[in-house]
Design a binder for this molecule. Structure first.
Ligand code: ADP
Ligand code: AMP
Length: 215
């Protein structure tokens, strides 16, 4: 019995923040394709070397590469109890590939005004070890520059610099936003007010997830 969830929304909407916290609280595996790709890049694997070119430009990594990685990840034992996909699918082809692989229980769309995204991304600080996300103003760590969860030194991601942020937002609008209608048409989309403070977003998401039937 498990719930297989997708967190969908623009870069900076708060998907990673919520997926990490809720995954821990509800015992769901948190699968961030961005984190998986950054690990491949850090390891200098062949996949990482291929992906890096696209990530540095703020573009989507080719579908075949990401789909292969997700298929392998969701077949790992910790996913049997359910998972949250954060940042996947990002194209229609990825959504179709996911459907062929597993049944998606519910998709949560993080609804937030475009005007908030640049400020969220430019102030984001990330933990290179555990992937936790902070914000210098909105979600500060207890000790400046240090991850609350694992004590590592926080960094600013290279792709959170302004020109790359703009390119990522354009990619989202061109290739990913279409998935809102795709999942709405299938009757499995729930919109969440992601403009609210993080604790409030978490509260409404947990309430909504508890209502999703386990399959
Ligand atoms: P995503 O995974 O969707 O790209 P993140 O979860 O990394 O986004 O959040 C982007 C930035 O916004 C981070 O700096 C995070 O701390 C901050 N953030 C997340 N949720 C909220 C919120 N509800 N209100 C304000 N800032 C938020
Ligand atoms: P994220 O951490 O989700 O903001 O993703 C960072 C970068 O990784 C994106 O800008 C893309 O280059 C790449 N990426 C992450 N997930 C995907 C995906 N599902 N499809 C294609 N590229 C992805």
């Amino acid at each position: 019995m498990s719930r297989r969830l997708v967190f969908l929304g623009p870069p900076g909407a708060g998907k990673g923040t919520q997926a990490q916290a809720i995954g821990r609280k509800l015992g769901l595996a948190h699968i961030s394709t961005g984190d998986l790709l950054r690990k491949e890049v850090a390891d200098c694997s062949p996949l990482g070397r291929e992906a890096k070119v696209f990530m540095d430009r703020g573009e989507l990594v080719p579908d075949a590469v990401v789909v292969r990685m997700v298929k392998a990840r969701i077949s790992e034992p910790d996913c049997a109890a359910g998972f949250i996909l954060d940042g996947f699918p990002r194209t229609r082809a990825q959504a179709i590939a996911l459907e062929a692989e597993t049944h998606v229980s519910r998709v949560f769309f993080f609804d937030v005004a475009d005007s908030a995204l640049v400020k969220r991304l430019s102030g984001r600080r990330s933990c290179p070890r555990c992937g936790a996300s902070y914000h210098v103003e909105f979600v500060p760590p207890k000790k400046a520059g240090i991850c609350d969860l694992c004590g590592s030194t926080l960094v600013q991601r290279d792709d959170d610099k302004e020109e790359t942020v703009m390119r990522r937002l354009v990619e989202y609008t061109a290739k990913t936003a279409d998935l809102i209608g795709y999942y709405r048409d299938r009757g499995i989309l729930t919109s969440v007010d992601a403009f609210a403070p993080p604790e409030q977003v978490e509260h409404s998401l947990i309430a909504a997830i508890r209502k999703v039937p386990e399959a």
